[in-house]
Write a protein that binds this ligand. Structure first.
Ligand code: HEM
Length: 182
């Protein structure tokens, strides 16, 4: 997992839960990195899992809710560092439909060691997409948050439904329905 995902995560924890909680989760996790990350480095996903588990214990918030909150927070990093992508697309539904074949393809060029999910995208009609998320990291709530934020960015209304295909959430089916400008 890329360092930027860790550095932004720790920033969110500090912002929303405070320095004491940040210290607590780092101290209680067994981190090869010792909790010092650089944005350009690459670290084991297991470190993120431990940080999330401890944050969930101390905050009493379920891990998936924390991942969702993190996705909402992370979106600004995408629009700041990759504004070209948001300038290129004029419709949020088109952007979401292109994650697999365009966006994450570009991401892989910039970060060859990125661990990305795979999406099977199907256009149901002009305003509906179905999408199958697959990743052993089970970060489907991160995907949901990024998609919601994408629609918000383009000032369009959306309804995003999802269904877990297995208990772990490594395969999740999404249905994205666009309601146009708000
Ligand atoms: C990772 C979804 C757009 C860059 C991820 C992950 C998800 C995801 C769910 C977590 C990894 C996993 O689940 O296995 C999406 C969705 C997008 C989107 C739904 C659009 C709405 C973008 C854009 C960029 C980007 C625009 C930047 C150009 C990355 C990076 C990672 C990532 C750098 C981390 C890879 C790693 O940790 O090794 N994406 N993404 N994504 N995505 Fe995207």
């Amino acid at each position: 997992m890329k360092g930027i995902v860790f550095t932004e995560f720790l920033e969110m924890v500090e912002d929303k839960f405070g320095l004491e909680t940040l210290d607590y989760i780092i101290t209680n996790s067994e981190l090869e990195s010792e909790g010092s990350y650089t944005a350009v480095g690459t670290y084991d996903f297991f470190e993120m899992q431990q940080l999330l588990t401890h944050l969930s214990e101390v905050s009493k918030i379920p891990v998936n809710d924390l991942i969702y909150t993190y996705g909402l927070f992370f979106f600004k990093t995408l629009t700041t560092h990759h504004s070209d992508i948001f300038n290129y697309y004029t419709s949020p539904l088109d952007l979401v439909a292109s994650i697999e074949n365009h966006i994450h393809v570009q991401v892989r060029k910039i970060y060859p060691d990125a661990e990305l999910p795979s999406f099977t995208v199907k256009k149901e009609n002009d305003h509906e997409l179905s999408l199958l998320y697959s990743s052993e990291r089970a970060m489907f709530m991160f995907a949901k948050a990024l998609m919601e934020k994408t629609f918000e960015y383009y000032k369009e209304n959306v309804e995003i439904k999802y269904e877990l295909m297995n208990e772990q959430g490594t395969q999740v089916k999404f249905l994205i329905k666009s309601y146009g400008p708000n």
